[in-house]
Design a binder for this molecule. Structure first.
Ligand SMILES: [Zn+2]
Length: 309
């Protein structure tokens, strides 16, 4: 994808490296910043952390930072090492953040334009980047293990950048546009929220049985795939796509299909338990959105779907 010249969205909340229940390490200075830095270096950080906690208990935080004891020197050395580790690890992920900010900005430009055409205004979603675990506003705790997700409560998309590596290594879906598809899918959920579809879905699920609930979930997910395709259509018109980009998105849609995941995890496929749709369905709905590029052909709730696929 050609994204260098795209504007970067401002709606990115970078909470990487934050521990849950801790205030943000603003500025990274002072004891909090130092501790935050140490916590970032998972290797060997524990030993120093313990020493610092003991020193703090003995002397109090302020006097520890201000006064000698040799402890300060030791700690700053550790901080340096941790910074080096951080540099090599985060070089890739700062580019990933830059890329996602560009893709998010592109989705904002597209969706706000389309909403405007319909006489509506578009309230953009926030992209929250986090590490391992995150506290959402209305969806409880989020975990990186569950993959990227959207929380309607705080209108935010949550992504742990380690998912990039998972897509490439575990799901064999490499390429920048694979990740663009993932973000566009989550933004698709935000569009559903903005359009009131999410509310309707949640109400329908409340009175539905287990099997029907799962089918409604599949319909919601396939529509998000459709909406990701609609944005891809726009990206193509903007001249942003490179050869192989759509293939990368389809490969990712295939990889996150319920049947592909179940086959890999359990060695068998149980269509009744699908919550996102099969690989074939996910690809088909993304392609459909990519083909039409509008809101008119994406009504997955009133389309016959073969749930045995
Ligand atoms: Zn989804």
């Amino acid at each position: 994808m050609k994204w260098d010249d795209l504007r970067r969205s401002k709606n990115v909340d970078d909470r990487r490296g934050q521990r849950m229940g801790r205030p943000s390490r603003s500025g990274g200075s002072g004891l909090g910043g130092l501790l935050g830095m140490l916590l970032l270096s998972r290797r060997g950080g524990g030993k120093w952390l313990l020493i610092i906690i003991i020193l703090m208990m003995l002397f109090g935080g302020g006097s520890f930072l201000g006064g000698g004891l040799g402890g300060q020197e030791g700690a700053s050395q550790e901080a340096q090492t941790s910074q080096q580790v951080e540099t090599s690890q985060t070089k890739a992920s700062s580019e990933e953040k830059d890329f996602l900010s560009a893709v998010l900005g592109s989705t904002e430009d597209f969706w706000s334009g389309l909403f405007e055409e319909q006489g509506q205004s578009y309230d953009p979603a926030t992209l929250v980047l986090y590490t391992d675990q995150v506290q959402t506003g209305g969806c409880g705790f989020g975990s990186a293990q569950a993959g990227p997700f959207y929380c309607p409560g705080d209108q935010s998309v949550y992504i742990d950048l380690s998912f990039y590596r998972e897509l490439k290594d575990r799901y064999q879906a490499p390429g920048d546009f694979a990740m663009a598809y993932v973000l566009a899918h989550e933004v698709g959920h935000h569009i559903q929220n903005e359009l009131g579809i999410m509310d309707q879905y949640q109400r329908a699920v409340q009175s539905a049985g287990e099997k029907e609930s799962k089918q409604l979930s599949v319909r919601l997910e396939l529509q998000a795939d459709y909406l990701a395709g609609v944005w891809a259509h726009y990206a193509e018109n903007q001249g942003l796509l490179e050869a192989g980009d759509i293939q990368e998105a389809l490969q990712a849609a295939n990889a996150v299909g319920d049947d592909t995941l179940q086959e890999a995890a359990y060695g068998q496929v149980v269509p009744d338990s699908f919550t996102h749709g099969s690989a074939q369905q996910r690809q088909a709905w993304f392609e459909r959105g990519y083909k039409y590029g509008d809101l008119d052909h994406g009504d997955t709730f009133n389309t016959y779907l073969d749930f045995e696929k």
